[in-house]
Design a binder for this molecule. Structure first.
Ligand code: NAP
Length: 246
């Protein structure tokens, strides 16, 4: 039996944990060979082993996306990819007076500049081959103001704008570029904020709960698959819906 992504290669950034790990597992289960990216070698090896144990193909490449030279090395080591998932991201919360230049710059470097450099390095190859799909992982905080998430939200708002720019730039050559904007998701990253806080955020959604990473991975899989062949430049909200006022 053939799987829908058979014969394709996918680079998933931040695939050592959380949403990226779930995306890597889902794409591999759908037939893609997956380049698992992150910084933590041990967690990278664990994701690769889990994919292999399920009969899939994967390998790990380490790179620190806050360093532009490392991003470019990752792109060079990845080689020809058909699918790029810009998932790796950081989210640190602070009021505007408490937001340092370093904090702002690091959000922009990891959340917007790294995707820019990866698309710049990898999308021309996709375009030359006449096919490719990019999915950028954004956040509900890119459009809805979230207290303390100014630097984070701004870095992801930039990523959503870039999604539309890249959709236009590469669309005529068969490359589709979309984004998924999750609401609260239970991951190692959000575990840091404490379960009570996360669950309280979950209750502010129409569904009244936090998402599992696998639910976001399904949205990503749909966007890279041929089932989304006429969808590009879109931001797919996977935020559990918004509660009505009143
Ligand atoms: N969880 C949520 O509620 C939520 C909601 C909306 C949007 N998102 C977005 O979804 C994405 C994944 O979030 P998550 O909650 O799954 O995150 P997470 O559990 O904190 O995992 C983050 C991943 O990104 C990698 N990463 C972080 N900084 C990096 C850097 N400088 N260089 C290379 N890799 C780096 C980490 O790799 P290593 O640990 O190996 O370094 C890890 O694989 C992010 O873009 C986030 O903004 C998350």
């Amino acid at each position: 039996m053939t799987a829908e992504l058979d014969g394709s290669t996918a680079l998933v950034t931040g695939a050592t944990a959380g949403i990226g790990r779930a995306v890597a597992l889902r794409l591999a289960a759908s037939g893609a060979a997956v380049i698992v990216h992150g910084r933590d070698e041990q967690r990278g090896a664990a994701t690769v082993e889990e994919i292999a144990a399920a009969g899939g193909k994967a390998w790990f490449v380490a790179a620190d996306l806050s360093r532009s030279e490392d991003v470019l090395r990752l792109a060079a080591e990845a080689g020809e990819v058909d699918i790029l998932i810009n998932n790796a991201g950081i989210y640190r919360f602070a009021s505007t007076p408490d937001t340092t230049a370093e904090m702002f710059d690091t959000h922009m470097a990891v959340n917007s500049r790294a995707p820019m450099l990866l698309v710049g390095a990898l999308a021309p190859g996709m375009a030359a081959r006449g096919r490719g799909a990019v999915v950028n992982v954004s956040t509900a905080a890119a459009v809805t103001p979230v207290r303390g998430a100014g630097a984070y939200g701004a870095s992801k708002a930039a990523l959503e704008l870039l999604t539309r720019v890249w959709a236009d730039e590469f669309g005529a050559q068969g490359v589709r570029v979309n984004a998924v904007a999750p609401g609260p998701v239970a991951t190692p990253g959000t575990a840091d904020m404490g379960d009570d806080t996360l669950q309280a955020i979950g209750r502010t959604t129409a569904l009244g709960r936090v998402a599992d990473p696998e639910e976001i991975a399904e949205a990503v899989l749909f966007l890279v698959s041929s089932r989304a062949s006429y969808i590009t430049g879109a931001v797919l909200e996977a935020r559990g819906g918004q509660l009505a006022l009143g």
